[in-house]
Design a protein around this ligand. Structure first.
Ligand SMILES: NC(=O)c1ccc[n+]([C@@H]2O[C@H](COP(=O)([O-])OP(=O)(O)OC[C@H]3O[C@@H](n4cnc5c(N)ncnc54)[C@H](OP(=O)(O)O)[C@@H]3O)[C@@H](O)[C@H]2O)c1
Length: 346
């Protein structure tokens, strides 16, 4: 079947405006690019934050969406990594041809990875942004710990007997930070979550799951008991002012607190630092690291070292996105990634 010329897409009509379904042209692949027929798209908190607060995007109508899987529909000149029909996983970009809330997306071949056949498209779509945000924080971010990644020589299990705290382990970013911390050998891996998520987070590699409702003093006392003292690295996957304050209070001198939102801890002492992580890999300064990260992903998935996250499919294809974003905004999602299937769009 030939590639259609028109497709359905979800447009954010104006800054802080409404999402509406419409049609637009299917982009044509230039040199080095592939066109992916999106089979599953993951929703992220940043999608509703862009709509609500008018962040990050200046050109409207805009197409959002940063997590996707699908099949290669067409390849541009010089593409060698993929051919039509290949299953791929990739991160979208906030640029209308390259974002994900549409049925076909353009992407550079170097920023996609093969999705192994044993994983569903929905399972794959849980990963791209969370995987890169967790990995950039641990292994790449300027000012961060810049650990040796588990796929580099000597990296696997390098940090044995080093404690780490992941605040918000049931968030998708936290769930990937736990999995990568396990691959890097950290132990104990202490996380915070609702008690119902203990089993889930243990399955990702957490050694201790503390109740996220513990007051800061009780959290510090529990972590100190488990880790034998303060810790040198905290990944705060939630990064609200209160979690950042708790994360900072857990640090040793020279320790690092990684945040996924702008730092709210402004005064630091004894060499402690608070470092904000930029998880997107489609833009500088993460592109080269992103290519290496994606190159590792199929093998890490095949071996079970990286596990896709729990999925809830929101019905209605692209038309279901607004309901899904409402759930994320209202904190109604726990230990689960929301995914839609673009081909289901009415
Ligand atoms: N900097 C970047 O590049 C980047 C990239 C991706 C995401 N982000 C940001 O990172 C944050 C997390 O995103 P996400 O997609 O991973 O979120 P998510 O999966 O939607 O987060 C939901 C989870 O957060 C947990 N949670 C909420 N408040 C908590 C608290 N006070 N303590 C512990 N856990 C808490 C809940 O855990 P329980 O269910 O266990 O209660 C829930 O499972 C968002 O603010 C997002 O915008 C930033």
């Amino acid at each position: 079947m030939s590639t259609p010329t028109q497709q359905k897409a979800l447009f954010l009509q104006s800054k802080q405006g409404e999402f509406t379904l419409g049609t637009r042209e299917v982009p044509q692949p230039g040199a080095g690019d592939i066109v992916v027929k999106n089979e599953a798209i993951g929703l992220n908190p940043v999608d509703w934050k862009i709509q609500t607060y008018g962040l990050l995007v200046e050109k409207y109508p805009a197409i959002l969406g940063l997590d996707a899987t699908g099949t290669v529909e067409a390849v541009g000149q010089g593409v060698t990594a993929f051919k039509k029909g290949d299953r791929v996983i990739y991160q979208g970009v906030l640029d209308n041809d390259r974002a994900n809330f549409q049925q076909y997306t353009l992407i550079n071949e170097s920023l996609a990875a093969e999705l192994p056949g044993k994983f569903s498209f929905e399972a794959g779509a849980t990963l791209p942004l969370a995987y890169s945000t967790a990995a950039v924080g641990l292994y790449h971010q300027a000012g961060g710990p810049q650990l040796v990644p588990p796929w580099a020589e000597g990296g696997k299990s390098k940090y044995a007997k080093t404690p780490i705290v992941v605040l918000g382990g049931a968030s998708v970013v936290g769930s990937l930070a736990i999995q990568l911390a396990k691959l890097s050998g950290f132990s104990p891996i202490i996380t915070t979550a609702s008690p119902k998520n203990v089993e889930l987070l243990t399955s990702y590699g957490a050694t201790h799951v503390l109740d996220r409702s513990l007051p800061q003093n009780a959290l510090i006392s529990e972590v100190t008991k488990i880790a034998g003292g303060p810790v040198s690295l905290v990944y705060d996957a939630i990064s609200l002012p209160e979690t950042q304050a708790a994360g900072y209070a857990l640090l040793t001198p020279n320790g690092k607190l990684l945040t996924v939102l702008p730092p709210t801890v402004t005064e630091t002492t004894e060499g402690r630092s608070v470092v904000s992580v930029l998880g997107v890999i489609q833009r500088a300064p993460n592109v080269e690291f992103g290519k290496a990260l994606l190159a590792q992903l199929p093998a890490l998935l095949e071996s079970g070292d990286i596990k896709p996250l729990r999925v809830e499919v929101i019905p209605g294809g692209l038309g279901g996105i607004t309901a899904g974003l409402e759930k994320l905004k209202n904190n109604q999602v726990s230990g689960t990634k929301l995914v839609v299937r673009p081909p289901e769009t009415a």
